[in-house]
Design a protein around this ligand. Sequence first.
Ligand code: SAJ
Length: 439
Amino acid sequence: MKQISVLGLGYIGLPTASILAANGFQVHGVDPVQRVVDIVNQGGVHIEEPGLKTLVQAAVHSGNLKAFTQSQRADVYILAVPTPITEAKQADLSYVGSAARSIVPLLKCGDLVILESTSPPGTTRDFLCAILAESGLALGTELFVAHCPERVLPGKIIKELIQNTRIIGGINAQSAELARQIYTSFVEGEIHLTDATTAEMVKIMENTFRDVNIALANELAAIAPNLNINAWEVIRYANLHPRVNLHTPGPGVGGHCISVDPWFLVEKFPQAARIIHQARTINDGMPEYTYQLLLDTIQHIPNPKVTLLGLTYKADVDDVREAPSLKIAEMIRKNPQIELTIYDPHVKQADYELCGLESAFKDSDCILLAVDHAEFRYINPRQVGTLVRHQNIIDTRNALNQKDWEEAGFQYRLLGRDGASLKLRDPLASLEAQFLAVH
Ligand code: SAJ
């Protein structure tokens, strides 16, 4: 049985390492953070994801999964490290680079290296292979290399790791075939083989499709109030058509994937990637749009206190990376007139001081729901009504029952139906500004 090293024990690496261990492989999980390594070796988890704790516990107790801070010799190396973007919206491949360099001295003839991190097209063939070539092994005959992008949805990672279709792109056919042999051990979905650059592009286009579609929904959300109609209702009815799948508007697109990956194309192909760039700009402008909706709601209240519900990048996760609510909170904090309290039942550590539910509502003048956590649907509007100073609530995710809140005396405002005079960030103006800033 082959030994596998998984580099990076985050949202993708840890579940992947655990599933491989549960399927009988000897797995070394590698992460530079000692705390992460210690937690995993005790059978624990450092991130919130349904089912992950049980899986890690079983993998560690079986003796098949051990975590280390240093790269370990193996037969197969899976790189599952972050590929963020810089301030200038350029891909930061430094984590891929250092993970790859750390295994170069360990590589031997016949080994397989798989990159799972979402990467700009050409990364595997050009960037990764150039580093691995330092091993002296002939790529494609002595050392095999493939890109197998992760495609799982946070919140459903374990289920999707097993059930989703996988696309494996090799630097040659043999590399792809060897990678397939690893994934067939746990993937129940289909496995398709292609070249590495196509696999990279498939993954980026999946997330770009979603980003452009969300931008379209956000445009609709800005149009609908001017017609005195509800964007959410338009979406619901349009989606009854068999070939329409409009996404939903919101306070912005967060996370480490959809708000990042489309930039990989804009950076490489600024002239061609026009719609992609505009969609990014519209979605990046949504926290600002939401903040305007808030100001519009509280304009007549002196020294208002605002309660922000939700700090994570989406519902029912604990991940705050690129979260639109962080940006909204920042804008509120910069306004000396407004006092801010934040409540999020999923977030344990953050740069912001979080409150308990009751103290978050106490004397509030406006509640702003920025994340549709399941818990928020069970908040009792009548109880909240006794705590607040003014009964205003803004729902940016169409998550609450309007009737219940109105019956309890609240003024309920919905992003996509209210705020007729508000403007989206001008995509063309900022397109030009960003283009000049980057190039
Ligand atoms: N959002 C909207 N409207 C929508 C859908 C999402 O505003 O209709 C917002 C969310 O609130 C969130 C952001 O977009 O802020 C992204 O959330 P998401 O649930 O769409 O996606 P992620 O980032 O959690 O996971 C995506 C998934 N990609 C696709 O569905 C095409 C996942 O399958 C990928 O594996 C993951 O990116 C990744 O790692 O790349």
